[in-house]
Design a binder for this molecule. Structure first.
Ligand SMILES: [Zn+2]
Length: 317
């Protein structure tokens, strides 16, 4: 109980102290949307931030609560985040309980939207057994499915900021085409991996939509969240599986501890990829990567997927 009061006190203090100095650290300008400034949009994960950055362009001011390499399942808001959420005109989050510790609070705030609300329930994967009928939230593993989130962002921005409606709509159309192109590029690139090698072993169960979209089998040490530990039995099964399938490589993730993957690799006698996969967060915005003469920003959603696919192909082909 004491801890709860302390936390509440901290939040209240941070809100009382919500002066222009703290707003300066969050938003580009202290001018509000009502007084002619840009619409302020708070986002949770780097993947959602990128979606809003692409569709909103220079017309919106985007703040991301979580940086690269952050596990959204276990993330707890900081005092700055509370100020950002309270001073934002719109809030976008991923949803489907990805932001497990924040979702209840996000739902209570005005003008907050889960981008995954744009995806039909029939398209969602409901894992068997222990997840109590919760849908798997890692929908961005399939670029076509993630493309359904575009409409949610476009519709909200258009409704809030009619004067820039044409820009948001046009960017939405272009981005959707990019998603479909990305999926077809990925399918083509993954065709370099022999069918019997299309098995992806990672730290946590974040690649089920990827598996469905691209015909892979996926196995992970931990469950839907990195904190959902697999335990010794799961580890032993995974070691046996890797040896049985004669896997060439397994993959660490950028937002999960790689100790488990390293230990399994040692026991199974398999290599660990030098490239961490971006499972629940993009890379750092502005960090460029070049593969086969193509350069992309790993801090963007498109760059994140290209990085993952290129690493998987190089490791398993
Ligand atoms: Zn995850």
């Amino acid at each position: 109980m004491k801890i709860c009061f302390c936390l509440l006190g901290l939040i209240l203090l941070s809100l009382i102290g919500c002066n222009n100095n703290s707003l300066d650290e969050i938003w580009e300008s202290t001018e509000t949307f009502e007084s002619g400034g840009k619409m302020r949009v708070a986002t949770t994960t780097t993947i959602v931030r990128d979606l809003v950055r692409v569709i909103g362009g220079d017309e919106v001011d985007v703040f991301g609560l979580m940086g690269e390499g952050i596990d959204p399942h276990s993330y707890i808001e900081r005092p700055t985040d509370m100020i950002a959420l309270k001073s934002a005109d719109v809030i976008f989050y991923s949803g489907l309980h990805l932001e497990e510790k924040l979702q209840e609070n996000l739902e209570k705030l005005d003008d907050s939207y889960a981008v995954t609300a744009g995806i039909a329930k029939s398209e969602l994967i409901i894992p068997e057994d222990k997840y109590e009928a919760y849908a798997d939230p890692h929908v961005w593993g399939d670029p076509e499915l993630w493309g359904h989130t575009i409409k949610v962002v476009v519709d909200v921005l258009v409704a809030k900021d009619a004067k820039n409606a044409d820009l948001y709509k046009a960017r939405g159309v272009t981005h959707l085409a990019e998603m479909l192109e990305l999926k077809s590029w990925a399918k083509n690139r993954l065709s370099e991996v022999p069918v019997e090698h299309r098995i992806l072993v990672t730290s946590h169960d974040a690649f089920m939509y990827y598996a469905k979209a691209f015909g892979f089998e996926v196995k992970a040490i931990d469950g839907l969240a990195p904190g959902d530990k697999g335990g010794p039995k799961k580890v032993k099964e995974l070691v046996n599986f890797i040896q049985e399938k004669k896997l060439k490589m397994i993959f660490p993730e950028s937002a999960a501890n790689s100790k488990g993957i390293s230990a399994i690799a040692k026991d199974a006698g398999v290599a660990v990829s030098a490239h961490e996969l971006f499972a629940d967060a993009t890379g750092k915005l502005g960090v460029m990567e070049s593969v086969d003469g193509e350069t992309y920003d790993v801090g963007s959603y498109i760059g994140m997927i290209k990085h993952n696919i290129n690493a998987i192909v190089e490791g398993l082909k």
